[in-house]
Design a protein around this ligand. Structure first.
Ligand SMILES: NC(=O)c1ccc[n+]([C@@H]2O[C@H](COP(=O)([O-])OP(=O)(O)OC[C@H]3O[C@@H](n4cnc5c(N)ncnc54)[C@H](OP(=O)(O)O)[C@@H]3O)[C@@H](O)[C@H]2O)c1
Length: 310
């Protein structure tokens, strides 16, 4: 099969579109014929070696951990899927990924894809969607009427977070540069803050939840916008417990986990017309280098996808 693999860590030039063996499928795995693979910032972070202390990858490594496709084969212990099922997944990040014609995924990490959208759109959802879902609903336990500040609301994770928060009846404040405010309003924000034009902490007060997708200075300046008892959830760095205590708030770091049940709930929202996904650009698999360069600009609106089948 064709795959995009790396044989060493480095810049986008280490990405090679090449022949690769078909993935080996375990008894609990399904072999998915990949129709489309989503691109996420973690892909180029892994390519550059950011996670090498955490996960001992072996080369060559196929990148990409978002997929929409069709089951080609099911392992002997798989009872929940069969050949021909259209599925989507955010597979285990420690295994070879989805920038390929086929990927082997544990069937517990797979859900039926939303029926109302094509594979390109479905492939853009799992990783960023699960991240937003787990941060807002499982960690912060966001509830009706609460106020939530979502940083980088126009990004991959932020776009889903805004829409999920609205389904819970929260008051949503999103940050983005002014040119993306129309998009934020389409997503459903109640207030859009131009983080480049104002200091967000000067105009945002008394929020119950901050969802930090940026880190560094943005995280540091976020403590003061929380009300007492509020909750800061970061997906970019571990927030300081001392600072959380000093501000009388809770804090957590999230590293997204695969979850088929949650993907099923997200697929239902899509099919009910309550969740949209915006594709900034679709590249053919051969042009993965260009997709990484675009992702690394940090300016993407919505998602980038690699189309594997025409
Ligand atoms: N821990 C985990 O499990 C996990 C999971 C998913 C993602 N992440 C991490 O979370 C981060 C966000 O991921 P993503 O997929 O959403 O990234 P993304 O799609 O690349 O985010 C791009 C967006 O960020 C916005 N942005 C950049 N700087 C900003 C700032 N200072 N304030 C507000 N918005 C800003 C940009 O809007 P403008 O053009 O308007 O600036 C752009 O729309 C990445 O670092 C990623 O690696 C972690």
């Amino acid at each position: 099969m064709k795959a995009v693999r790396i044989h060493e860590y480095g810049k986008e030039t280490v990405l090679h579109y090449e022949d690769a063996p078909l993935p080996e499928t375990g008894d609990d795995d399904v072999l998915i014929r990949v129709h489309a693979a989503g691109v996420n910032p973690v892909d180029w972070k892994i390519r550059e070696g950011y996670l090498k202390e955490l996960i001992p990858y072996e080369f060559p490594l196929t990148l990409g951990w978002d997929v929409s496709g069709v089951i080609e084969e099911a392992g002997s212990k798989v009872t929940n899927f069969q050949k021909g099922d259209a599925v989507y997944s955010r597979p285990d990040i420690a295994r070879n990924g989805t920038y390929a014609e086929y990927v082997a995924v544990n069937s517990n990490e797979v859900a039926l894809k939303p029926k109302s959208i094509d594979h390109n759109h479905a492939a853009s959802i799992p990783l960023a969607g699960l991240t937003a879902w787990q941060a807002l609903f499982h960690i912060a336990q966001l509830s009706q009427g609460q106020r939530v500040l979502i940083h980088a609301a126009a990004g991959g994770v932020g776009s889903f977070a805004v829409q999920f928060a609205k389904t819970r009846g929260a008051h949503v404040i999103g940050t983005a540069s002014a040119g993306k405010h129309e998009y934020l309003h389409q997503l459903g924000v109640d207030e859009a803050v131009d983080y480049a034009g104002v200091q967000f902490e000067d105009v945002v007060k008394d929020v119950d939840v901050v969802f930090d997708t940026i880190g560094d200075d943005t995280l540091e300046r976020s403590w003061k916008v929380l009300k007492g008892g509020g909750h800061l959830v970061s997906i970019t760095e571990i927030p300081s417990e001392e600072k959380a205590k000093a501000h009388h708030v809770k804090s957590d770091f999230l590293f997204v986990q695969p979850n088929a049940e949650q993907l099923g709930e997200i697929a239902d929202l899509v099919d009910q017309g309550k969740l949209q996904t915006h594709l900034e650009k679709v590249f053919p698999l051969e042009q993965t280098k260009d997709a990484h360069v675009l992702s690394q600009t940090g300016r993407v609106k919505g998602k980038i996808v690699l189309q594997v089948i025409e």
